[in-house]
Design a binder for this molecule. Structure first.
Ligand code: SAM
Length: 303
């Protein structure tokens, strides 16, 4: 017995020091099959790994990106750069709409988008619809700073499929934010024409919809497809972009579909100045600039 223990301990100590000597590290790699590439991030340890009825959820402590949430092997957020995505998906439409009081978030169970929405005093009520209750539970445990807004009195969480929720909803919203996973598995239905048409039906006369619209460099067919489908349901369609280092290719698109407000000439600067939000990415110049797109993206959208 003592012999076995000694041999095992010696082996462990050998592996530990050999790893150190060879500079070996634990890594999480998100694979991008479309371009036969990926993003690899050094991790210290796994904090949580579990399977919900819908997807695999993992939380890692990384070396340099803080905590990281992954779903089905795709990075959803890291503490280091999540502010970029969450500020951009939220404040851009909220400084175009003059007075968004009622908001629907589809997906977004991590709470980052809700955290940003709640910075706007005019917002009275937020309905958040995520198919997976477990995502919110895990985020409330491991990312309290990001997710705590889910517990706000202004927020109502519904754990069900966003496609079904929108189909039967009678209430009308000023703004719908689709903060979804990629167009695979449970997220697929959130990228269909029928779904966008149903969203249109539950938006007020001057309502706005934004969605996370994938990478124009790696998932260009999805950007094109969202553009085509938005155009079938909405009179005003635009796209804007932001630099999110841990999303595929680092350049991320957001789709903007609207019944009335054209982002080309609308930015509520006075409200922005008055609100004095403490933001790390979004500002007045970023707002104007984010709708300026490179030619290869314009070609995708205008095709
Ligand atoms: N910012 C992230 C990104 O772009 O990678 C999205 C993060 S958020 C965690 C995505 C959420 O969408 C997940 O919690 C997932 O459960 C939810 N989701 C996926 N399909 C859904 C559906 N059909 N209805 C409602 N929520 C859905």
């Amino acid at each position: 017995m003592v012999m076995i223990f000694d041999t095992l301990s010696a082996l462990c100590i050998f592996i530990f020091f050999a790893g150190k000597l060879l500079n070996m590290s634990l890594r999480f790699t998100e694979k991008y099959p479309e371009v036969a590439a990926g993003l690899s991030i050094e991790v210290k340890r796994t904090l949580y790994s579990g399977k919900s009825p819908f997807q695999k959820i993992e939380v890692f402590e990384t070396e340099k990106f803080g905590r990281m949430l992954a779903i089905d092997g795709c990075i959803m957020l890291t503490e280091r750069d999540e502010f970029i995505y969450h500020e951009m998906i939220t404040h851009v439409p909220l400084y175009i709409h003059p007075n968004a009081e009622s908001i629907l978030v589809i997906g977004g169970g991590d709470g980052g988008t809700v955290r940003e929405i709640l910075k706007h005093p005019e917002v009275i009520a937020v309905d958040l619809v995520d198919i997976d209750r477990r995502v919110s539970e895990v985020c409330l445990e491991f990312f309290p700073e990001i997710s705590r807004g889910l517990l706000s009195e202004r927020v109502n969480c519904h754990f069900e499929d966003g496609v079904e929720f929108v189909k039967r909803q009678k209430k009308h919203y000023d703004l719908i934010i689709i903060d979804s996973t990629d167009p695979i598995n449970v997220g697929e239905g959130l990228f269909t024409s029928d779904f966008y048409q149903n969203c249109n039906s539950i938006l007020k006369e001057d309502g706005i919809l934004v969605n996370q619209a994938e990478s124009p460099m790696y998932s260009n067919r999805w950007v094109r497809s969202i553009s085509e489908k938005f155009n079938k349901s909405f009179p005003i369609v635009q796209f804007y972009g932001a630099n999110v280092p841990t999303y595929p290719s680092g350049f991320w698109m957001f789709g903007f579909a609207s019944k009335k407000y054209d982002p080309n000439n609308l930015f509520h600067e006075q409200k922005f100045v008055k609100d004095k939000l403490n933001l790390k990415y979004y500002n007045a110049m970023v707002h104007q600039a984010c709708f300026t797109l490179p030619n290869y993206v314009k070609d995708l959208i205008n095709d």
